[in-house]
Design a protein around this ligand. Structure first.
Ligand code: MG
Length: 245
Protein backbone atom coordinates (compact mmCIF):
# COMPACT_ATOMS: atom_id res chain seq x y z
CA UNK A 1 0.00 0.00 0.00
CA UNK A 2 1.56 3.30 -1.13
CA UNK A 3 -0.90 5.50 0.71
CA UNK A 4 -4.45 6.66 1.22
CA UNK A 5 -6.53 9.65 0.11
CA UNK A 6 -9.60 9.10 2.29
CA UNK A 7 -8.12 9.30 5.79
CA UNK A 8 -8.51 12.19 8.28
CA UNK A 9 -5.97 15.00 8.54
CA UNK A 10 -3.36 14.43 11.24
CA UNK A 11 -3.96 16.89 14.11
CA UNK A 12 -1.61 19.87 13.81
CA UNK A 13 -0.43 18.87 10.32
CA UNK A 14 -1.59 19.51 6.76
CA UNK A 15 -1.17 15.86 5.73
CA UNK A 16 -3.70 13.09 6.07
CA UNK A 17 -2.93 9.87 7.96
CA UNK A 18 -0.90 7.62 5.59
CA UNK A 19 -1.22 10.37 2.93
CA UNK A 20 -0.39 8.99 -0.52
CA UNK A 21 0.80 12.47 -1.56
CA UNK A 22 3.12 13.06 1.41
CA UNK A 23 6.70 13.32 0.13
CA UNK A 24 8.99 10.41 0.96
CA UNK A 25 12.08 11.43 2.91
CA UNK A 26 15.30 11.67 0.94
CA UNK A 27 17.66 8.73 1.14
CA UNK A 28 20.87 9.02 3.09
CA UNK A 29 23.50 6.29 2.98
CA UNK A 30 24.11 4.96 6.48
CA UNK A 31 27.72 4.97 7.63
CA UNK A 32 29.26 1.52 7.64
CA UNK A 33 30.19 -0.56 9.44
CA UNK A 34 27.28 -0.09 11.80
CA UNK A 35 28.29 1.04 15.26
CA UNK A 36 26.86 -1.75 17.39
CA UNK A 37 26.99 0.19 20.63
CA UNK A 38 28.00 -1.81 23.68
CA UNK A 39 25.64 -1.29 26.62
CA UNK A 40 26.72 1.35 29.15
CA UNK A 41 27.42 0.11 32.67
CA UNK A 42 24.09 1.24 34.07
CA UNK A 43 21.97 -0.24 31.27
CA UNK A 44 19.63 -3.14 31.74
CA UNK A 45 20.40 -5.82 29.18
CA UNK A 46 17.14 -6.99 27.68
CA UNK A 47 18.62 -9.33 25.07
CA UNK A 48 22.28 -10.10 24.41
CA UNK A 49 21.84 -12.96 21.97
CA UNK A 50 21.20 -15.58 24.63
CA UNK A 51 18.07 -16.02 26.63
CA UNK A 52 14.68 -14.34 26.41
CA UNK A 53 14.24 -14.47 30.19
CA UNK A 54 13.39 -10.74 30.31
CA UNK A 55 10.52 -11.24 27.84
CA UNK A 56 7.18 -12.93 27.36
CA UNK A 57 4.55 -13.15 24.63
CA UNK A 58 1.41 -11.05 24.76
CA UNK A 59 -1.59 -11.58 22.52
CA UNK A 60 -3.85 -8.84 21.21
CA UNK A 61 -6.46 -10.10 23.65
CA UNK A 62 -4.04 -9.49 26.53
CA UNK A 63 -3.07 -13.10 27.25
CA UNK A 64 0.51 -13.91 28.26
CA UNK A 65 2.68 -16.91 27.36
CA UNK A 66 6.39 -17.82 27.62
CA UNK A 67 8.63 -16.12 25.04
CA UNK A 68 8.85 -18.36 21.99
CA UNK A 69 10.49 -16.39 19.18
CA UNK A 70 13.48 -18.13 17.59
CA UNK A 71 16.88 -17.38 19.11
CA UNK A 72 19.92 -18.24 16.97
CA UNK A 73 23.21 -16.72 15.86
CA UNK A 74 22.96 -13.94 18.42
CA UNK A 75 19.59 -12.63 17.31
CA UNK A 76 15.92 -13.29 17.97
CA UNK A 77 13.60 -13.73 15.01
CA UNK A 78 9.85 -13.27 14.97
CA UNK A 79 7.93 -16.51 14.79
CA UNK A 80 4.31 -15.97 13.89
CA UNK A 81 2.55 -19.32 13.75
CA UNK A 82 -0.69 -19.14 11.77
CA UNK A 83 -0.63 -15.36 11.92
CA UNK A 84 -1.28 -15.46 15.66
CA UNK A 85 0.50 -12.15 16.14
CA UNK A 86 1.70 -12.36 19.71
CA UNK A 87 4.08 -9.49 20.47
CA UNK A 88 7.31 -10.01 22.40
CA UNK A 89 7.03 -7.76 25.46
CA UNK A 90 9.30 -7.10 28.42
CA UNK A 91 8.25 -8.52 31.77
CA UNK A 92 9.22 -5.18 33.36
CA UNK A 93 7.39 -1.94 32.67
CA UNK A 94 9.13 1.26 31.61
CA UNK A 95 8.40 4.97 31.30
CA UNK A 96 11.07 7.56 30.45
CA UNK A 97 13.99 5.69 28.93
CA UNK A 98 16.87 5.41 26.51
CA UNK A 99 16.49 2.30 24.38
CA UNK A 100 19.03 0.76 22.02
CA UNK A 101 18.31 -2.13 19.70
CA UNK A 102 19.35 -3.48 16.34
CA UNK A 103 17.08 -4.98 13.72
CA UNK A 104 17.27 -6.56 10.29
CA UNK A 105 14.91 -7.50 7.51
CA UNK A 106 16.15 -10.86 6.15
CA UNK A 107 17.08 -10.83 2.45
CA UNK A 108 14.38 -13.36 1.63
CA UNK A 109 11.51 -11.10 2.76
CA UNK A 110 9.77 -9.92 -0.41
CA UNK A 111 6.50 -8.33 0.67
CA UNK A 112 5.47 -4.93 -0.66
CA UNK A 113 4.33 -1.82 1.18
CA UNK A 114 3.33 -2.57 4.75
CA UNK A 115 3.90 -6.28 4.05
CA UNK A 116 7.62 -5.61 3.50
CA UNK A 117 9.07 -6.94 6.72
CA UNK A 118 6.77 -5.10 9.09
CA UNK A 119 7.45 -5.01 12.82
CA UNK A 120 7.85 -2.13 15.22
CA UNK A 121 9.18 -0.91 18.51
CA UNK A 122 6.17 -0.13 20.67
CA UNK A 123 7.11 2.19 23.54
CA UNK A 124 4.82 1.62 26.52
CA UNK A 125 3.26 -1.07 24.28
CA UNK A 126 1.47 1.60 22.21
CA UNK A 127 3.68 4.35 20.68
CA UNK A 128 5.27 2.76 17.61
CA UNK A 129 8.57 3.48 15.92
CA UNK A 130 8.06 1.57 12.69
CA UNK A 131 10.32 -1.24 11.51
CA UNK A 132 10.03 -2.00 7.78
CA UNK A 133 12.16 -2.64 4.69
CA UNK A 134 12.45 0.87 3.27
CA UNK A 135 15.55 0.71 1.04
CA UNK A 136 13.65 -0.47 -2.05
CA UNK A 137 10.17 -0.96 -0.66
CA UNK A 138 7.86 2.06 -0.99
CA UNK A 139 4.96 2.80 1.32
CA UNK A 140 3.28 5.88 2.75
CA UNK A 141 5.81 8.23 4.32
CA UNK A 142 4.35 8.03 7.82
CA UNK A 143 4.58 4.24 7.71
CA UNK A 144 8.13 3.64 6.48
CA UNK A 145 11.10 2.63 8.62
CA UNK A 146 11.77 5.02 11.51
CA UNK A 147 8.42 6.76 11.18
CA UNK A 148 6.27 7.38 14.21
CA UNK A 149 3.57 5.23 12.70
CA UNK A 150 0.74 7.26 11.19
CA UNK A 151 2.12 10.56 12.52
CA UNK A 152 5.63 11.56 11.45
CA UNK A 153 7.84 10.29 8.62
CA UNK A 154 11.54 10.17 9.49
CA UNK A 155 13.51 13.32 8.59
CA UNK A 156 15.59 11.23 6.17
CA UNK A 157 15.59 7.59 5.03
CA UNK A 158 18.71 5.85 6.37
CA UNK A 159 17.62 2.34 5.44
CA UNK A 160 20.29 -0.09 4.25
CA UNK A 161 19.63 -3.02 1.94
CA UNK A 162 17.72 -6.03 3.18
CA UNK A 163 19.96 -8.42 5.06
CA UNK A 164 21.94 -5.61 6.71
CA UNK A 165 21.57 -4.61 10.34
CA UNK A 166 20.01 -1.34 11.47
CA UNK A 167 20.27 0.36 14.84
CA UNK A 168 17.76 2.48 16.70
CA UNK A 169 18.66 4.70 19.61
CA UNK A 170 15.42 5.98 21.06
CA UNK A 171 15.08 8.67 23.71
CA UNK A 172 11.59 8.57 25.12
CA UNK A 173 9.65 10.73 27.55
CA UNK A 174 6.44 9.12 28.75
CA UNK A 175 3.21 11.11 28.64
CA UNK A 176 1.99 12.64 31.90
CA UNK A 177 -1.58 12.41 33.09
CA UNK A 178 -3.49 13.95 35.96
CA UNK A 179 -6.33 11.55 36.57
CA UNK A 180 -7.72 10.86 33.11
CA UNK A 181 -6.41 14.12 31.67
CA UNK A 182 -3.31 14.34 29.48
CA UNK A 183 -1.09 17.12 30.78
CA UNK A 184 2.02 16.40 28.69
CA UNK A 185 2.22 14.21 25.58
CA UNK A 186 4.90 11.61 25.05
CA UNK A 187 8.02 12.94 23.33
CA UNK A 188 10.46 10.89 21.30
CA UNK A 189 13.82 11.33 19.61
CA UNK A 190 15.06 8.58 17.30
CA UNK A 191 18.53 8.01 15.86
CA UNK A 192 18.51 5.50 12.98
CA UNK A 193 21.89 4.08 12.01
CA UNK A 194 23.60 7.02 13.70
CA UNK A 195 21.45 9.67 12.00
CA UNK A 196 18.84 11.84 13.73
CA UNK A 197 15.48 10.99 12.15
CA UNK A 198 12.91 12.06 14.77
CA UNK A 199 13.82 15.18 16.71
CA UNK A 200 11.93 15.66 19.97
CA UNK A 201 8.57 14.85 18.42
CA UNK A 202 5.39 15.15 20.46
CA UNK A 203 3.53 11.91 19.94
CA UNK A 204 -0.12 12.53 19.09
CA UNK A 205 -1.52 9.35 20.61
CA UNK A 206 -1.15 5.56 20.41
CA UNK A 207 -0.23 4.15 17.00
CA UNK A 208 -3.30 3.43 14.89
CA UNK A 209 -4.10 2.45 11.31
CA UNK A 210 -5.91 4.99 9.09
CA UNK A 211 -6.58 7.32 12.02
CA UNK A 212 -4.77 9.10 14.84
CA UNK A 213 -4.94 7.32 18.18
CA UNK A 214 -6.32 9.15 21.20
CA UNK A 215 -4.51 9.24 24.54
CA UNK A 216 -6.00 7.31 27.43
CA UNK A 217 -4.37 7.63 30.83
CA UNK A 218 -1.98 4.81 31.67
CA UNK A 219 0.92 3.93 33.91
CA UNK A 220 4.30 2.51 32.88
CA UNK A 221 3.91 -0.35 30.41
CA UNK A 222 6.23 -2.96 28.85
CA UNK A 223 8.40 -2.31 25.83
CA UNK A 224 6.96 -4.36 22.99
CA UNK A 225 8.29 -5.69 19.69
CA UNK A 226 5.46 -6.00 17.20
CA UNK A 227 4.60 -9.23 15.44
CA UNK A 228 3.10 -8.25 12.10
CA UNK A 229 3.55 -11.74 10.65
CA UNK A 230 7.03 -11.26 9.16
CA UNK A 231 10.35 -12.84 10.24
CA UNK A 232 12.17 -9.67 11.37
CA UNK A 233 15.29 -10.08 13.54
CA UNK A 234 16.43 -8.16 16.64
CA UNK A 235 19.66 -8.15 18.63
CA UNK A 236 21.64 -6.14 21.22
CA UNK A 237 18.67 -4.72 23.11
CA UNK A 238 19.32 -2.61 26.19
CA UNK A 239 17.51 0.09 28.09
CA UNK A 240 18.39 2.82 30.58
CA UNK A 241 15.65 4.23 32.75
CA UNK A 242 15.74 8.02 32.83
CA UNK A 243 14.62 9.67 36.01
CA UNK A 244 11.75 12.02 35.24
CA UNK A 245 10.97 15.18 37.14
MG1 MG B 1 4.74 -1.99 12.38
Amino acid sequence: MRGYTDTPVIPGQTWKVHDAARPRPVKVAPGRPLASLPAPGDAEILFDGGSLEKWQMKSRAGEFAPANWKVENGYVEIVSPKGMRWNLVTKEKYGDCQLHLEWMIPAEVNGKGQAGGNSGVELMSRYEVQVLESYENVTYADGQAASIYGQYPPLVNVSPRKGEWNSYDIFFEAPRFEGEKLVKPAVVTVVHNGVLVQHHKEILGPAAHRRTGVYKAHEEEPLSLQDHGHPVRYRNIWVRRVKGE
